[in-house]
Ligand binder design. Structure first.
Ligand code: ATP
Ligand code: MG
Length: 179
């Protein structure tokens, strides 16, 4: 049986932003609202690959290495709740074109390499709470954070001893804007 791993491409959050987000989350949600996502696990998924063989992962890594996509800044200024998957999320009211293009490129390469892609439109978000299937009172004021995306990464997701952990396998730089 060939090895397979559960993989996804995502943007990471810098540690300083992780800290701000979890401090704000602790002040604005109740324990019964949902399970807080661990600070180190906060991320914005660009393309979910599912269970992938090491060989296919190698092909997708090669493709990622060749991507020349510009860096961008993303305002995290939107907040929402999807009761069905049970997620409270942080998002953006205006997704930069560079973000949409990067996600679209990664998702189309994933699909061409046999990774099933959801037919739902891409909705860039950072999951804050999981298991949030009951109504949640969202804070009236949404914070105004900025995420400066200078690279994107491939992560492995592992469920072990009742916890989901992500491990960054590799990162690739986004192109800096010309001065
Ligand atoms: P868990 O499922 O263990 O509660 P999780 O959802 O964070 O935790 P994964 O299911 O491995 O862990 O998902 C990794 C990332 O990929 C998450 O951002 C998740 O929202 C996203 N993801 C998972 N499944 C899909 C899918 N079918 N389509 C798009 N994105 C997905
Ligand atoms: Mg999941």
């Amino acid at each position: 049986m060939p090895e397979s791993r559960r993989l996804f491409f995502a943007l990471s959050l810098p540690t300083a932003l992780q800290k701000q987000v979890i401090r704000w989350r602790a002040d604005n949600f109740e324990p019964e609202d949902g399970r807080p996502v661990a600070a180190a696990n906060l991320h914005l998924t660009l393309a979910f690959l599912g269970d992938v063989s090491d060989q296919k992962a190698g092909v997708l890594r090669e493709i990622a290495t060749r991507i020349q996509s510009p860096a961008f800044s993303l305002r995290l200024d939107d907040l929402g709740h999807w009761p069905r998957p049970g997620v409270v999320w942080l998002g953006t009211r205006r997704a930069p074109l560079a973000l949409l293009q990067l996600a679209s490129l990664l998702r189309s390469h994933a699909a061409r390499n046999g990774c099933h892609q959801s037919t739902l439109p891409f909705h860039p978000h950072v999951s804050l709470l999981r298991g949030a299937t009951r109504p949640v009172a969202l804070p009236a004021a949404t914070p105004q954070w900025q995420l400066d995306a200078t690279d994107f990464s491939l992560y492995e997701s592992r469920f072990h001893q009742g916890r989901t952990r992500y491990q960054c396998l590799q990162s690739w730089p986004l192109l800096a804007a010309p001065p």
